[in-house]
Design a protein. Structure first.
Length: 119
């Protein structure tokens, strides 16, 4: 596990060093966010999201929305399957967005790792 974290940390330090060498300003909050997502990808799926290499969060999956949907479904577990199944078609905007994010998360998750999580 330490190797995954160290690898991502090395990428973060290299990016920050490059900014410092060029005398550029940068958004530290964004770079910490990219680091965290890449570490989580490595730890959960043995595969980085590549956010640090890309240098922006455009490629990140909508994890926040996915978690929000899980929170709602977790409050009424007897309907969790129906909520997640039909969320993208419900007339409530934020639930519909969260439902769509579930499909995006499914598409970016490596299938061999997803099988381990589901089983």
């Amino acid at each position: 596990m330490e190797g995954y974290i160290d690898g991502c940390l090395s990428q973060l330090v290299d990016a920050l060093d490059n900014f410092a060498r060029r005398g550029e300003t940068f958004d530290l909050k964004l770079w910490i966010k990219l680091y965290i997502y890449d570490v989580l990808g490595e730890l959960a799926f043995s595969q980085s999201y590549g956010a640090l290499k890309a240098g922006n969060d455009d490629i990140l999956p909508p994890i926040g929305e996915h978690v929000r949907l899980g929170t709602v479904a977790g409050q009424i577990p007897q309907y969790a399957t129906e909520i997640t199944k039909y969320a993208s078609r419900l007339p409530i905007d934020w639930i519909r967005v969260a439902g769509r994010s579930r499909a995006v998360m499914r598409d970016v998750t490596p299938l061999d790792r997803l099988a381990l999580i589901v089983s």
